[in-house]
Design a protein. Sequence first.
Length: 256
Amino acid sequence: MRHYFYICIFAVIIFNACDSSQHQSHHADWSYSGENAPEHWAEIEKHSHCGGQHQSPINIIASRSLPAQTDNVLDIYYSDETILHKVDNNGHSIQFSFENGDSIIYNNKSYHLKQIHFHEHSEHLINGMIYPIEIHLVHMSKDNEIAVLAILGQEGEESQIFEFFESFLPLKMGESKLIDLKQDLNDLFPDDRSFFSYVGSLTTPPCTENVNWIVFKQSIILSLEEVEKLRQYMPLNNYRNEQALNGRKVYFHQSL
């Protein structure tokens, strides 16, 4: 009888260990390749919005966008001495965080700049065109609503602000570096401030929806060397593929 009791206890331990192993495998971290790639995010992140109907990024077809009914829906209030607090390699992108101060007013609501990160190649497409890089400037309101400014980059001449960003790299995965230096982020924006807008989601898990997207029509220029250097410092192909529009409207705002 005692021998049978020990066999049962051993069987329970083995069963629990196997069950625990399977449970952990279902909670593997998301990534951009293999079994944890974007097409599997909805399965991996079961409590996320990654399988939702209003996801980002999208392919913006300019001829199908609607003219905005109101002017001056976006005002950018960036200092010429923004404090760049730190940079992180979070394993999914290179992310720069900022001290509170810079903000935007979008549709009469205030959003404060929280962080900037990069995707290579671009996540949003304009008329089916893919750009070498996309920059996301993530803002949040007091009630935790999100607005993201997306700037597309193409290869050309050297960009001083990208030289500044890349001067703090490389960083190993999971590594952070304190910076606390001033930089004029206004230099990031294209000369033409015309943009497309729509309501979508974060492009990484949890893929939170009801995100206000502002995608500038004109791209900025940076050198091939700067693009290649940033690519070396980030996960390969850290972009999510185009998502279905599902009846959403895209608006075009002409810069005055």
